[in-house]
Ligand binder design. Structure first.
Ligand code: G6P
Length: 586
């Protein structure tokens, strides 16, 4: 997944593009590049590394001209090299493109173009767009005809921006996000509003299967049949501009510390949507809950709280697996789709399958302008503000709060949760990080960590393992407590650390026994509990809370532990290697 950006206006484009790319870096950050047009010439600079690194090496922001395009890359086709970085010029150098997505028939198109004498400098699928545009433009001499012809030839998922040597911009969208920012005297094309929010909050969310032509301060939008289409301008919440680290060293740390507030804001002002969801759940034939990564861990918790507190059966389904087993979905059921971004390709695919089976879709999502939000019959917003750190933190706890609120509603408010009190207890955990920081130091040279939990604590074990993998690159595995003796016990020796999730709930004494069995094999134990025990080598104290809230109480200090361990290991907590925040390709 990558970010693309384009600018057309009265200001020098390159510094604006570089700023926008920095803000969208969460989408992919292995290489970066910018191309601008000045005096009918395209100039281009690019390289591997993060935006600030490449910019200080090659000064992307000094390129001349008031029109330009830019890109940050998350490699799919071809290694992380300068040549594979975008923008890609066409052979003539008269057109340059940036692309997000995958061109499925690129090999076929590439060999056709090679037979016609075109050469390729990169291993990417994207470069074929540049040369195909050149070929079609040479034939038609018309930008609109060129785009129409090109989109009819490429297959796959894409959003691209093309810049022509006379400074015209064209951008097309097919199953990847593309937004137009409309300023006073300038226009932006971007994968995310963060790319232009500093300059304008007027946005046009381009429909799927449309393209835009931008020239001399006017723009026109067409569908892939070439028909002119209208558009609506959406006022984007300025809150999205709030994506700065402030006094925090990293976005991840800031987002962990925002949780006492985001827990209170989750699902705020969505009473109707929660009521509607409860209604759908009450009348559904079957309930499926889907998500990827962290959001799937929320689905696992949802299953448990629905059965435990309101005796409703629900089936969690990993979004990426559903396409191999679509018959799992029975007609006329409901699918609860959970996603921070609302753009994960696997989740959108799961929705497609469920819709085919005539299911209603409930979306629990942070980005209310996302594809998921538009596809869903009922939308509940996480309302936790932009989450930039690649590893999900505040969006996870916001998802859990919303799931609790749905369960509360289903119980006709018999289950009461005091979120104010709970938010205060989360603050207390965060106010005293020194013990957690010290434990983080112990993880510096560890290569394996296991996290053990039973019942509702097991999904927190898998979420903790995910955080450790993402942020510290330590091999980490969640173990359901009872399974210890069925295999994992063989792995326990003095080289491993085990985090024991042991709140004072119904799992407490069985889990303490597991901890003793592990300790007897020499492993070091980090106990996460509201009750102290001599079995723990290190104790992370969590507040005594009502049983339903233990999962959040446990994950918050583990997020912090993982963050500090990442600092010890010198990894970048905001931008883990090889990952991207929302994966819009399958
Ligand atoms: C990527 C991220 C994960 C995230 C998952 C689901 O894999 O690296 O951290 O949990 O996507 O993202 P979503 O936006 O659908 O919640």
């Amino acid at each position: 997944m990558c970010s693309i950006i384009g600018y057309y206006g009265n200001e020098i484009a390159a510094p604006i593009l570089v700023k926008g790319l920095k803000r969208m870096e969460y989408r992919g950050y292995d290489s970066v590049g910018v191309a601008t047009e000045s005096e009918n010439q395209i100039e281009l600079k690019k390289g591997t590394g993060k935006v600030s690194e490449v910019n200080s090496k090659v000064q992307l922001d000094t390129l001349p001209g008031k029109v330009g395009i830019g890109h940050t890359r998350w490699a799919t086709h071809g290694k992380v090299t300068d040549a594979n970085a975008h923008p890609h010029p066409s052979n003539s150098g008269k057109i340059a493109i940036v692309h997000n997505g995958i061109i499925e028939n690129f090999e076929e198109l590439k060999s056709q173009l090679e037979n016609e004498g075109y050469s390729f400098k990169s291993e990417t699928d994207s470069e074929i767009i540049a040369n195909l545009l050149q070929k079609n433009y040479e034939q038609t001499n018309d930008v609109k005809e060129t785009i129409l012809k090109t989109v009819s030839q490429i297959k796959g998922h894409y959003a691209f921006v093309a810049m022509f040597e006379d400074g015209q911009l064209a951008a097309a969208r097919f199953h990847e996000p593309l937004i137009i920012g409309v300023g006073q005297d300038d226009f932006f094309l971007s994968s995310d509003v963060l790319g232009f929010i500093e300059y304008t909050d007027d946005a046009i969310y381009m429909e799927n299967g449309t393209f835009v032509l931008l020239d001399k301060n006017k723009f026109q939008i067409f569908n892939f049949e070439g028909e002119h289409i209208g558009y609506g301008i959406t006022k984007v919440s300025k809150e999205f501009g709030d994506a700065y680290k402030g006094d925090y060293a990293h976005f991840t740390l800031k987002e962990i510390y925002e949780q006492p507030e985001t827990i209170l804001k989750a699902g705020e002002k969505t009473f109707d949507a929660i009521e509607n969801t409860a209604d759908y759940i009450r009348h559904a034939k079957n309930i499926y809950i889907t998500g990827s990564g962290t959001s799937y861990n929320s689905a696992l918790i949802a299953k448990q709280i629905l059965s435990k507190y309101v005796k409703i059966k629900a089936e969690p389904i990993m979004s990426s697996e559903l396409q191999f087993n679509p018959e799992t979905i029975e007609e006329n059921s409901i699918l609860i789709a959970i996603s921070q971004s609302g753009e994960s390709a696997d989740v959108l695919e799961a929705i497609k399958i469920a819709k085919k089976a005539n299911c209603k879709i409930i979306g629990i999502v942070n980005l209310l302008t996302s594809s998921l939000a538009r596809e869903a019959d009922v939308v509940i917003g996480l309302n936790c503000g932009p989450e930039i750190g690649v590893a999900a933190t505040k969006s996870f706890t916001a998802q859990l709060v919303i799931l609790y609120k749905i369960v509360q509603r289903l119980s006709n408010n018999e289950i009461t949760i005091n979120f104010d009190e709970f938010s205060e207890s989360v603050s207390k955990t965060l106010d005293n990080p020194s013990n957690i920081k010290e434990i983080g130091k112990e993880l510096k040279d560890i290569s394996d960590i296991y996290i053990l939990g039973r019942g509702i604590n097991y999904p927190i074990a898998t979420e903790s393992a995910l955080k450790l993998k993402e942020l510290t690159y330590i091999h980490a595995e969640g173990i359901p407590g009872g399974e210890l003796k069925h295999g994992p016990l063989a792995l326990m020796d003095s080289n491993v650390f085990v985090i024991i999730l042991n709140p004072n709930d119904s799992t407490y004494s069985d889990t303490l026994t597991s901890a003793r069995e592990i300790k007897a094999r020499g492993a070091k134990i980090i106990g996460v509990s509201d009750v102290k025990s001599d079995v723990y080598d290190y104790w992370i104290e969590i507040p005594k809370v009502s049983e339903v809230l233990y999962p959040i109480s446990e994950i918050v200090p583990i997020q912090l532990l993982t963050y500090y361990a990442a600092l010890e290991k010198n990894t970048d907590p905001d931008y883990p290697r090889n990952l991207a925040k929302s994966v819009t390709v399958k």
